[in-house]
Design a protein around this ligand. Structure first.
Ligand SMILES: [Zn+2]
Length: 120
């Protein structure tokens, strides 16, 4: 499963970063997933629940923000966000080029800080 390796990398990255900051327990992770990223949110959630066990993310919740595709028209320069996999420019009708929506990025995470202060 493709999502399994994605989530595995995500858990590793967050764990490493949290350990560097002295965070002992993660409570939530925010992930931006583009519609064109070829990763299904429900599969990501399923894999996350499997992989997080026995890590400092064991009690963490995965929060997924789905990013709609962004299209750019090369003839008239219009950029628009549209919830579709392909699009004809709404201004001039020519096929627009997809320029976004392939994100798969960790937007941030929250956890317990051992020093009792705030994150960031
Ligand atoms: Zn156009």
């Amino acid at each position: 499963m493709h999502e399994l390796s994605l989530v595995s990398a995500l858990v590793e990255e967050v764990s490493r970063d949290a350990q560097e900051r002295g965070v002992s327990r993660i409570t939530s992770v925010s992930l931006a997933v583009g519609k064109r990223a070829h990763a299904l949110p429900h599969a990501l959630l399923f894999c996350f629940d499997l992989i997080k066990r026995d890590t400092i993310l064991a009690a963490a919740q995965l929060i997924i923000e789905v990013i709609p595709p962004l299209f750019h028209c090369e003839s008239c320069g219009l950029s628009e966000t549209h919830d579709a996999l392909w699009l004809d420019c709404t201004c001039c009708g020519l096929p627009a080029v997809p320029t976004g929506g392939t994100e798969l990025e960790i937007r941030g995470y929250e956890g317990d800080c051992p020093r009792g202060g705030k994150e960031n």
